[in-house]
Design a protein around this ligand. Sequence first.
Ligand code: NIG
Ligand code: FE
Length: 422
Amino acid sequence: MLTADFTLIHARELVCITSTPTDSKPWRGSDLSSLGIISDGALAARGGRIIWVGRTDELTRHVQPTSNPTEIDATGRVVTPGLVDAHTHPVFPAARADEFALRAAGKTYQEIAQAGGGIANSVSRTHSASTPDLERLARQVADRMLAGGTTTAEAKSGYGLNRDDELRMLRVIRSINEHHAIEWVPTAMPAHEVPAEFRSNPDLYVTLVMEEILPAIAAAGLAEFNDVFCEAGVFNRSQSQQIQTRARELGFGLKFHADELSDQGGAELAAAMGAISADHLVYISESGIAAMAKSETIAVMLPGTAYYLDLPRRPPVRRMIESGLAVALATDCNPGSNMTESMPLAMNQACVLYKMSPAEALVAATWNAACAIGRADRIGALAPGRQCDLVVWAVGDHRELAYHYGVNLAVAVIKKGRVVRS
Ligand code: NIG
Ligand code: FE
């Protein structure tokens, strides 16, 4: 008999994704819609870890409760793993609603950036923001993520662009991990933009990133991954490769903002360098698809950004899935190109804009997203041995999670066996 301090019963659909605790690879091709649904499902956990999953009528044969357990009756509801947001920029000093208004009036993201707005806008405000202010605002982002069912998110620096402010941003991310129920997986991104003072000689900044900023972040142990914005007018392919070669030497896993606004061969570079993910990929080429299909690099799709920037192209996501790429979803939550914390919205956008099925969107927002941030051993699925991170939704059919949008359908959010939102 197992002893549980947390039980959940009568889920109309308990979406487990995998029942094998040791699975560690993302789902590809037709497996991308494998949800592993148990009807009238039940789950038991102890000390924040799942110990049993099955049908409700079998629970009492396997599990007995401790004296004061948390008990959830999910009658009529869908229960899924906690959503995983595989790409966010959640630490920023101020909103950029002025730029949003300019875009509504017809300006493009690049035009605004060239006029001194965009990432540079957030960078100069980060320099003058106090750390308590950055923390307070980051906590608000974390609250909104959790309220919408996101229990883990990757979180990038990248509005500091100098050693001290990049370190400061990553310390804010660490402080969220220490004081908030959400988990943020830290990614360094000093190569998010070329700072204004290096515009006349970007290679000097590339050297600074390689010789000063990344070594300082590595020495402080503040990030697991390093990300580079490989884009025309930002970091070209060769600069991106130099930076990531150094990042790999320093022990970081690699992520890329690849082929977001134009085809730069970013997908090919990410695959060749063994990156854990290549993100955006709106302009991925045929050779990029072929290179990623043969690699372990996961394609993190951010349909919200393409929507928010009203990009004229849609990435060939169906062809990517059919070619065998592992596809994950994320919001890209940031104050410029997609101001939302909502993963259910990203799932809706993936279905509407990219023609993913609701089941594919759910796997891409849980299991494949966990794989894309190096957490396949812990989260993204409901199986014994995994962390008890889950969401109870106010719907009875998993397809409704992507179908009904613009409202929050999360009824209860559980992180490590504790109810953190209800
Ligand atoms: O992922 N592409 C670069 N970075 C962000 C935008 C950040 C910003 O505008 O502040 C993105 O879209
Ligand atoms: Fe991004």
